[in-house]
Ligand binder design. Sequence first.
Ligand code: NAI
Ligand code: MG
Length: 340
Amino acid sequence: MHQITLIPGDGIGPSIVDAAVSVIEATGVKIQWDRQLAGMAAVEKHADPLPEETIESIRRNRICFKGPLTTPVGGGYRSVNVTLRQTFNLYANVRPAISFEGTSTPFQNVNLVTVRENTEGLYAGIEHFIKVDAEKLGAESIAIVTKKGSERIIEYAFQYARKTQRKKVTLVHKANILKCTSGLFLEVGREIAKGYPEIEFEDKIVDACSMQLVMKPDVFDVVVTTNLFGDILSDLAAGLIGGLGLTAGANIGTDAALFEAVHGSAPDIADLGIANPTAMILAGAMMLEHIGELDAARKIERAVRKVIRDGRIVTPDLNKNSSYGTQHMAEAIIRELIEE
Ligand code: NAI
Ligand code: MG
């Protein structure tokens, strides 16, 4: 029996999390869900977006399945997602982007995974205005790249490539301009690559890499990069395969691992019952893989792909003429899964 912290989240969160839980349970894997609150739901109940109880639960279970959380823009509270990453040292953000048959995207041959450093870089939070007599003359932001931080994320990328039989790791940087930060990251990458002779290693400069991603995405396999570049490139890759409703992400750390959809709480469609549950369901598959339930993970992935390829019982974001919603699509996936 696996113990997993479950955070339903805000907006469309509870509906897609419910859908994903029912798909996960249909595989027969035994999970005891430890339901906890975070985000707006927690503010309403406990006046705290990240209650101690929730943190304790993740600390205990070390695995968390999380719906999207609403972060108020401007004031309010700090992003709970960022706090969770820092609290549990979730240093690797892993986002597969693999084309779905049956979607109308420019490419059908995308099969890449971005491995983004999730704790350092320009997101280290060291940013301030330069003021003289309260007049803002400028602002500066400091990127932190440590040897240790670079080693662990690049090692993770190579280990991931080895484990998933991927053939190539592309390290993305801007070492021609950012000679210290990006330069160190590249230097560490070249060193680590020597320990993986069976995996091809290359490096690309981020701007040229962006162009290649939208022109020839099939040349990419595993992409490893620093925080800001990874944030941008992984959204770009999500766009290549049909967008937000389809893309899942894992946040892997030394103290815990957290699985979620890449998208947010989608307040514009929150009460309509039409949110695409795919991203959340595939996050569930990534979680099952992480806890060693490989068969169940593969089964879910095959069932999801079949329902999308078939194109009938899918949410309106995938088929404009569809009158089916979140629940219908989840049920169709469960039927595929059981019939298999
Ligand atoms: P969003 O991802 O929630 O929505 C962007 C657009 O995509 C909307 O039009 C939405 O309807 C659509 N969309 C998103 N997921 C969908 C799905 N599963 N099926 C169909 N359509 C879908 O981004 P937005 O509007 O910028 O953010 C809303 C809230 O979510 C904000 O408070 C933001 O901070 C939060 N957020 C939370 C994240 C997390 O918890 N990991 C990640 C991103 C945003
Ligand atoms: Mg982002």
